[in-house]
Design a protein around this ligand. Sequence first.
Ligand code: PLP
Length: 441
Amino acid sequence: MTDSDRRHVWHPYTQMALDSPPLPIVRAEGVYLYTEDGRRILDGISSWWVTLHGHGHPRIAAAVARQAAELDHVIFAGFTHRSAAQLAEKLARILPPGLTRIFYSDDGSTAVEVALKMALQYWANRGEPRRRRVIALQHAYHGDTVGAMSVGERSVFTEPFSSFLFPVLRAHTAYCYRCPLGLRRETCAIDCADHCAELLASFPGEVAAVIVEPLLQGAGGMIVQPVEFLQKIEAACRRHNVLLIADEVLTGFGRTGAWFACEKAGVVPDLICLSKGLTGGFLPLAVTACREEVYEAFLSEDRRKTFFHGHSYTANPLGCAAALANLQIFEEEPVFDRIRQIEQVHRERLGRLAAHPRVGDARSIGAVAAVELRDEAPGYLAQSGRLLYGFFLEQGVLLRPLGNVIYLLPPYSIPPEELHRAYDIIEASLEWLSRAENLQL
Ligand code: PLP
């Protein structure tokens, strides 16, 4: 690829005209990306958290090819196709009980937009139009579209658009390392969850929904939360008759060690958002699933009660075929054993890393592990992340720290020795970082 080949592309997160050019990748297989100049890079973040079983899994590739030869795409309003119907049926079987209606869209952000619009219109359709408020958590990230940004934490990502974002009630989150109440996990009673309950009590009959990233807040810093936090939020929603939206765009499909994070807490949301791993990392596709009762609120002789939302590529057959093949891999291969093996390596290596003087907190859940560096103004713009990203790439590993939080989120097929190698590189990076900072690189 020449410079002129890529002259017209605007890549996400381009900062300066002089940024080092994006790395051309010519092939991907298993846990590796192959560069044009012949290097092999270990994909330690599943290419923005999408790849589940490794790149190019032959079962998914074959299913997509078969589907492409049969039916590329068809409008999904007034028409249907087998792959979408089968996928909905399979998802309804593995989702938390009662989430039986599947609405398709394109990506994580649109899955969230759909959930928010469904929740608001649900109450309007049921004759409770005063329920217009949404409660979202501190450090939340739900996507880059306007509704998703509105429920996300205000940050450098959202600043230029602040006047366009709808206001939300912002509840405390369970970020035990930086507890919003200054408490310690060993002795607290998950008091942070009371804030959401207080907000619900302060605005009786005005809240439509509470939206959470269950057990793991991803882009906000890979914040792992106790199951009791989610349980308390669910209980408050039930007490106040408010819808609970679980954004499992990241946590779905095994990332936390169960099919869905909600399952680990025994929580059943009213709506759930899925994307990323849904197709095993092959194609953009998303789902917002809801309870039958939510769906029924949109069925009426009155056409104004219709959910007027549909994307051009809704339920794209190629995406649905990839998702079906992905679920079949779960049935045929020991996927959850692989996740448990990753979990074990995380625990073993994080124990050691936690003792390092640069490390403030080391945390993990399922296949995801994070190391938060101390002595840093936390946040996405922390300098250490930029420096470390370059170091990791030079060592042949794709890791993309979130500011001062280094994390590992590998495809489930990563061999344990490769995961250990990634940890060796992270350990080495901490020594390198101290030297780089002294030299003001
Ligand atoms: N929700 C969560 C929890 C996410 O982590 C993300 C992306 O990282 C999104 C929504 C947005 O997904 P997408 O980038 O596919 O729009």
